[in-house]
Design a protein around this ligand. Structure first.
Ligand code: NAG
Ligand code: NAG
Ligand code: NAG
Ligand code: NAG
Ligand code: NAG
Ligand code: NAG
Ligand code: NAG
Ligand code: NAG
Length: 209
């Protein structure tokens, strides 16, 4: 009898443990399948006719560019708010602002957004040229996104990335490949606490039962 009771006690405990284990696994699985990654943005083209030496004219100081944002998620769409682009020189002076109107991006889609903008002051473009003949600009992107998960939308998440672009004597981006835009300063880390929250919630829920 004593042995029986011990065994049943052990059974209950292992049953409870396996319950917690399954609950943990389930929530981890849920989190993995529902979690959304932020879009990855890059600078694909950058052309300043005024800096094209073969064109030999400094009149056309327009900044022509193309930014691409990729949705890395295979199950989530992305609603972008207006995307604010700021082009500045290495001295931190704003040269031009450009806004891409808000848009929606489906699963695994790439959004290519070309733009053309006149500088606030054309001298800032011409003065950006370094003694070695190339010029360096900085492009910053700021927006907020909401993820579409099946049929609901998450709350807004801030995106602030940027990169330097080197422009050569042809007036174009010196680097052949696209330039990844990276987080400039510390951003929110609220999302990383999400899986732990879910786990704790589910564990507590099952423990109470
Ligand atoms: C630079 O100007 C030349 C002469 O007009 C033109 O042929 C060339 O395509 C321009 N470069 C770029 C990258 O557009
Ligand atoms: C720059 O802008 C000023 C005033 O808008 C204009 O007078 C001048 O011709 C422009 N210079 C070039 C090189 O485009
Ligand atoms: C300046 O150059 C851009 C890019 O080549 C072109 O789209 C635009 O029409 C030009 N603007 C003028 C005023 O020539
Ligand atoms: C550029 O300006 C921003 C905001 O005004 C400032 O936080 C940053 O330190 C400046 N960077 C440089 C290199 O001056
Ligand atoms: C350009 O955008 C920056 C950052 O959003 C802002 O501080 C600045 O006032 C804007 N400048 C113009 C001329 O719109
Ligand atoms: C940056 O600022 C320094 C000092 O204020 C100045 O000498 C330099 O010409 C500026 N560079 C650009 C690209 O505006
Ligand atoms: C020109 O100088 C800048 C700043 O020192 C550097 O980043 C860039 O790589 C140079 N470009 C070339 C073509 O040497
Ligand atoms: C301009 O483009 C040509 C052809 O793409 C290339 O051979 C040349 O090196 C470029 N010039 C500069 C200054 O990068």
């Amino acid at each position: 009898m004593d042995q029986d009771r011990e065994r049943s006690g052990g059974n209950c405990c292992s049953c409870c443990l396996s319950f917690i284990f399954t609950a943990g696994l389930t929530s981890l699985f849920l989190w993995l399948s529902l979690r959304a990654n932020k879009p990855k943005c890059s600078i694909q083209n950058f052309y300043v006719p005024a800096l094209n030496k073969t064109l030999n004219s400094r009149d056309n100081t327009t900044l022509n560019f193309m930014v691409r944002c990729d949705n890395p998620n295979k199950d989530q769409g992305i609603y972008y708010d207006d995307v604010h682009l700021t082009i500045s020189n290495t001295n931190n002076t704003t040269i031009a602002n450009y806004t891409v109107p808000k848009f929606y991006q489906g699963h695994k889609k790439k959004a290519k957004k070309p733009g053309q903008v006149l500088p606030l002051n054309n001298q800032t473009v011409l003065r950006a040229v370094l003694p070695n003949g190339s010029a360096v600009f900085r492009m910053d992107l700021k927006t907020q996104v909401r993820f579409k998960i099946i049929f609901w939308k998450t709350k807004r998440e801030r995106i602030e990335v940027g990169a330097d672009v080197e422009v050569n004597g042809n007036g174009t981006k010196a680097q052949k490949k696209g330039i990844k835009m990276k987080k400039s300063d510390s951003s929110s880390f609220s999302r990383s606490s999400f899986p732990i929250c879910v786990l704790m919630n589910l564990l507590v829920f099952f423990a109470i039962r």
